[in-house]
Design a protein around this ligand. Structure first.
Ligand code: ZN
Length: 331
């Protein structure tokens, strides 16, 4: 028993768990060699049975077009992931549903289907056309990260090393996301871009999968100033399981490293502004967290570190739930 006499499994089962990033759909696009996400898989990190076993109630599925920017058409690659989600939903409608509105999110229950939210990770699939953002919105996209690591038509990703902020197109995308009820996501964006988004967005924004730079000096992690600014704008930061963003030391990252980042984010942003974004199926996570069903280990870890059940629930998902309820369209 921990200090609060709460069984971690019980608390976890009664919490709303919201994971703001996975690359799972990319592993399901190939009808022959792709993973069957209705089955408990031997490969990768996430599928419907493992999400259920891990108590995940809402999950953002990135429709990331892939790394091969020279040969692939990002629009069709992204659409293939959207299609993989719809195929999955058609096969298991009682297990997964698409969240389009604030009401859809509010209505999710622990027993009912898991709420899937579609996201773009980089606006390459828009091919510089704002009309395609509206098309992706019609298909259900409700979270948009402006960039992955390189430069695109909207902004520069963290690998570019420039001090350029958003392009005129990038600014239009932020405004259109605000109008349409799409969450803007600053993970992967360079510092000047993050600053521009925070200045321009009329709604809170999130960092779906980023850790604290103060603990691990990686360009994908956020400085304390950025963490504070996102929180002050009402946003939430999703601590991520990516080993390279957890520790810069030459060793395996651990669950304790993740808890250290959560502690730091809570210290800087406040407990209302911290959540979880695993990057399952897109990263090498710590061994204690290398499969969806291991999610309750985080709850046990937070209780062990003295978080109250109430604060633990905020970090597990209530914070992201709150900010998405604020930003998603009403109907
Ligand atoms: Zn990513």
């Amino acid at each position: 028993m921990n200090a609060f006499d709460v069984e971690p499994q019980t608390l976890h089962a009664h919490s709303f768990v919201f994971d703001t990033h996975c690359d799972t759909l990319g592993h399901a696009v190939d009808p022959i060699h792709g993973r069957d996400l209705t089955q408990w898989g031997q490969k990768g990190h996430l599928d419907l049975p493992r999400m259920r076993a891990g108590g995940i109630n809402a999950q953002i599925f990135a429709c990331f077009p892939g790394f091969d920017r020279l040969n692939a058409c990002p629009t069709s690659a992204s659409l293939a992931r959207v299609e993989a989600f719809y195929t999955l939903m058609a096969r298991a409608p009682e297990q997964i549903t698409l969240v389009l509105t604030a009401q859809d999110l509010a209505q999710l229950t622990p027993q009912g289907p898991i709420g899937g939210i579609l996201g773009l990770e980089g606006v390459e699939p828009l091919a510089g056309q704002l009309s395609l953002l509206r098309t992706f919105h019609r298909l259900g996209v409700r979270n948009v990260g402006l960039t992955w690591n390189p430069r695109n038509a909207a902004a520069d990703g963290v690998e570019v090393g420039s001090s350029f902020g958003l392009t005129p197109f990038g600014r239009d995308v932020v405004a259109a996301c605000n109008d349409l009820g799409i969450m803007v996501d600053v993970s992967h964006l360079n510092p000047a871009g993050v600053e521009d988004v925070l200045r321009l967005s009329r709604k809170p924004v999130i960092a779906s999968h980023s850790n604290a730079r103060a603990l691990c000096d990686h360009p994908r992690n956020l400085t304390d100033d950025q963490i504070r600014a996102i929180a002050q704008a009402g946003g939430v930061i999703g601590a991520t399981f990516v080993s390279e963003f957890l520790t810069s030391e030459d060793r395996e990252a651990t669950l304790d490293d993740l808890l250290d980042h959560i502690d730091h984010l809570v210290q800087v942003a406040g407990v209302e502004h911290v959540g979880l974004g695993s990057d399952f199926d897109g990263c090498h996570p710590p061994q204690e967290l290398n499969s969806g069903e291991k999610y309750p280990a985080i709850t046990a870890g937070l209780l062990r570190r003295g978080y109250s059940p109430q604060d633990t629930r905020k970090i597990l998902g209530e914070n992201f739930r709150r900010v998405f309820l604020e930003v998603l369209p009403r109907k």
